[in-house]
Design a protein around this ligand. Structure first.
Ligand SMILES: Cc1ncc(COP(=O)(O)O)c(C=O)c1O
Length: 457
């Protein structure tokens, strides 16, 4: 098995058994014949025939609670307000030709800049892109042009997108495989999180990680530090003390701090922006995924206002976001409806309070199981880390059989991202299914024996 950490892969034994047990489907066969196969996604499991609220429905007759959803579903699927906004916009201004603007794009810019975190609030400008990776690419270009430097620091094991520039920035080897030379100047450093840190997050080791990134930034040739404020793939929080030291090192060296909130923004973390967990303000943030309401591909860069006229090559002299859909009225309408729904339905508060209740209800039950190594929760993100990848894979396929879909992160963690407006009973019912599957599969694999023998001297 390849050492993959970003998501579950399709080469596992569990996957082979799943495929063997499924009846064939014409769409899945066509997909397999006509699309290039990719290790994290294809060939596909089934055909989706409907997606509504927290559920996806498949051609084989399954209704699955989708806690994966590629993290686009803060509002669940087919939210009526988003659909209405898109439909109305398609009938009036469906497209915006370059050199023109449109009311939806400017309203979205007002909404994003007036709700931006920290010092970016009412002191920022934006650019829109059709994907998160493209937004990361633009943030990198702004940092290079405005600082006059080209090197970038990112974390080992990070993911910032799959295009060549964003994949070069990403620390995961899988996304570099077969690519030859990558974007120059990327330096990867150790993030202070339990998953990567052998000393397990005591104050000393957080300080050591901070010192090591400070030393890199202090070399004074770094354009930007790019990081997720909360690591979505494994649900790891980074201490504020660390971010404060990174922020000051960036300030004294003219280095930009860029936060990638693509999967964790828009209320997912229990705050509107994941940045709010860090107690610092970055120079730029990139957002995407749920911004298009789980329907439209929409992402954005939000950055300090002054970059328009700043540094050796200010943004106004560049052609950064020269995308065909650089000011999509329909994407903007979807984003406005999404943000307004999150704000007006108090989904940020709900994400925080329901997330806490979720953890309180299940932490003891889960950690009492020998197969569970750790449970981590931030807002409506829950990671249940199991003792080995094979068990996690088996649990996922048992849950798929029993109506619950989720992603595996870091090879051993069950990663649950439910919609922020999910009914509590449905959420807890699904979590019971997961607990049951962990118990069943632990017995079938004889996990206690495996743990005991691995602990023998
Ligand atoms: C942290 C992070 N950054 C960037 C991206 C890339 O976004 P997109 O797939 O929209 O290009 C992703 C996508 O999963 C992500 O999780």
């Amino acid at each position: 098995m390849l050492p993959i950490t970003e998501g579950d892969q399709n080469l596992s034994t569990g996957r082979g058994q799943w495929d063997a047990s499924q009846s064939t489907n014409r769409t899945v066969e066509q997909d397999s014949r006509l699309y290039y196969h990719q290790i994290l996604s294809t060939p596909c499991l089934d055909e989706i025939v409907r997606a509504e609220g927290p559920y996806i429905y498949t051609a084989s007759g399954r209704a699955l609670l989708d806690f994966h959803g590629n993290s686009v579903h803060q509002l669940g699927f087919a939210h009526p307000r988003v659909i209405h906004a898109i439909n109305s916009q398609m009938r009036s201004v469906p497209y915006c030709t370059r050199r023109y603007t449109n009311h939806m794009a400017t309203e979205l810019a007002e909404l994003l800049t007036s709700h931006a975190p920290g010092e970016l609030k009412n002191n920022s400008r934006i650019l829109l892109t059709p994907s998160g990776s493209a937004a990361v690419g633009i943030a990198l270009k702004i940092a290079r042009a405005c600082t006059g430097k080209y090197k970038t620091i990112a974390f080992h094991d990070s993911f910032h997108g799959a295009t060549l520039d964003s994949a070069s920035l990403s620390g995961q080897e899988l996304f570099h495989r077969g690519m030859g030379s990558l974007m120059p100047g990327v330096v990867h450093t150790q993030p202070p999180s339990t998953r990567n840190c052998t000393e397990c997050m005591n104050d000393e080791c957080i300080a050591a990680c901070a010192t090591s990134i400070e030393n890199l930034i202090d070399q004074d040739d770094i354009a930007a530090v790019v990081a997720e404020p909360i690591r979505a793939t494994t649900v790891h929080r980074i201490p504020t003390e660390y971010w404060k030291r990174v922020r000051s090192a960036c300030d004294r060296n003219g280095t930009m701090l860029i936060f990638d909130e693509i999967p964790t923004g828009l209320g997912r973390s229990g705050k509107l922006w994941a940045t709010e967990h860090t107690s610092v303000t970055p120079d730029l943030i990139v957002i995407g995924k749920g911004l298009g309401g789980g329907i439209f591909p929409q992402a954005a860069v939000i950055g300090r206002e002054e970059f328009n006229d700043y540094g050796p090559t200010p943004v106004r002299e560049l052609a950064l976001g020269h995308y065909t859909h650089e000011k999509s009225p329909v994407g903007s309408a979807a984003a406005i409806a999404t943000i307004k729904t999150v704000l007006e339905e108090n989904l940020v508060t709900r994400s925080s309070s329901l997330g806490r209740e979720w953890l309180t209800t299940y932490r003891e039950k889960l950690t009492a199981m020998k197969a569970v190594r750790e449970v981590r929760q931030i807002g409506l993100m829950l990671a249940i880390e199991l003792v080995c990848p094979e068990l996690t894979d088996r649990v996922m396929y048992e849950c798929l059989n029993n109506g619950v879909s989720f992603k595996i992160g870091g090879a051993t963690s069950i990663i649950l991202f439910p919609p922020l407006n999910i009914d509590t009973k449905i959420l807890f019912g699904a979590t019971d299914v997961i607990c049951e599957a962990i118990r069943d599969q632990s017995i079938q694999m004889n996990v206690s024996k495996a743990i005991a023998s691995s602990n023998e001297p």
